[in-house]
Design a protein around this ligand. Structure first.
Ligand SMILES: C[S@@+](CC[C@H](N)C(=O)[O-])C[C@H]1O[C@@H](n2cnc3c(N)ncnc32)[C@H](O)[C@@H]1O
Length: 355
């Protein structure tokens, strides 16, 4: 059996989740159906000392002392939606906190799913993930106006296979916010995001509007940016206002030709920063990773290269794995290439474990 106790919510992340909730909001009840160490419930108890606290978990957690209150943690399987609904649905003006377990999961039973969640459930069956199944249990206890605040794996927000699932999910909430952060779980490399919103199943967000909002809201730490279009580059120019462009496709990072381009504010996002890495986009080294040094930092690359912002934070081991996944995605019969989408997909593969 998996030792879930290794994956409790880090207190720092619990606090970040609670800090993401609007100041004006005060719940009467707090619920966590995967309560574990009760770090989420404890953070909520500090924020709202008068709220009533409720939690359950598949493992025995016994009674948990929070401040002066002891709260009973019942043993309930969160995938048992019938039991979850009868225990929690009636709690009024509640916030449901969630940090479900993550991993592959094949359900042995068909849970009884409320009709408004059937579509989401059917989509989740294609991906066989425990976090999706438990997320649906969380949704099943929300009433209109209840708050939902969850820590969920990155893959839900960026995975190609998860697109339909996330678009249906987003449609259940008003004031939906998704935030990236860099707090890690002990002993895992898994990346997570925070989702908060007010439950309103009748809301009909326009999906295109949701997507646009996301690109605006997201401070995506692992953004992939393409270098400056080769066709507008000039050979070394005497014009002072021109800026140097990194145009190379060798693994030593030697600039074989000095290329420049007329300065434009829009190129500023393409300047290589200290924590960024470069990925060869085309040619025989397509998919290989290049770690920039002082020769490269502060200059934009040409579109022979992609910039993966902040990627040094992934660490050497995951960068090596990223390169392996990228190599597998190379396309093209003669000249090889990879796309931005390939980088995002490979990133999911190295940051979200399958087990
Ligand atoms: C990522 S931890 C989150 C813990 C908790 N929020 C905290 O503050 O530490 C996931 C928790 O889900 C529990 N869990 C795993 N499968 C479950 C299931 N089917 N039903 C209920 N809880 C489950 C684990 O025992 C673990 O405590």
């Amino acid at each position: 059996m998996k030792k879930w106790s290794q994956f409790y919510t880090p207190p720092e992340l619990a606090n970040l989740l609670l800090d993401s909730i609007a100041d004006k909001y005060t719940p009467t009840n707090v619920v966590d159906i995967c309560a574990g160490s009760c770090n989420l419930i404890s953070a909520a108890a500090q924020r709202w000392p008068n709220a009533k606290l409720f939690g359950s978990d598949i493992e025995k957690v016994s009674h948990k002392l929070i401040g002066h209150n002891t709260i009973p943690i019942n043993k309930i399987d969160a995938t048992d939606t019938k039991k979850i609904i009868s225990t929690y649905k009636r709690k009024r003006k509640k916030i449901v906190l969630a940090n479900p377990p993550f991993g592959y999961y094949k359900s042995l039973f068909k849970p009884s799913i409320p009709s408004h969640l059937k579509k989401l459930y059917n989509v989740s069956e294609r991906v066989n993930r425990i976090e999706c199944e438990i997320l649906i249990s969380n949704l099943s206890i929300l009433n209109k106006g209840d708050y939902f605040a969850a820590i969920l794996p990155e893959n839900i927000f960026t995975g190609e296979k998860m697109e339909e699932f996330r678009l249906i999910l987003y449609n259940f909430f008003e004031e939906l916010v998704v935030k990236t952060h860099s707090i890690k779980f002990e002993k895992t490399e898994v990346l997570t995001r925070i989702l908060t919103g007010i439950y309103n199943p009748k809301i009909k967000n326009k999906l295109s509007a949701i997507n646009q909002d996301f690109t605006k809201n997201e401070q995506n730490i692992f953004q992939v940016i393409r270098g400056i279009d080769n066709s507008i580059l000039m050979d070394k120019s005497k014009k002072k206002s021109n800026i140097k462009v990194l145009h190379f496709n060798n693994l030593n990072g030697d600039l074989l030709q000095t290329k420049t381009v007329a300065y434009n504010k829009k190129y500023e996002s393409k300047f290589v920063a200290k924590n960024d890495i470069l990925i060869f986009r085309v040619g025989r080294n397509a998919g290989k990773i290049f770690i920039p040094d002082n020769r490269h930092i502060g200059h934009p690359p040409s579109d022979l290269l992609l910039i993966l912002k902040e990627a040094k934070k992934l660490g050497k081991r995951r960068l090596r794995n990223l390169e392996i996944h990228l190599q597998e995605k190379r396309k093209g019969l003669t000249s090889k290439y990879i796309s931005k989408r390939d980088v995002l997909n490979s990133l999911n593969e190295v940051t979200v474990p399958n087990t």
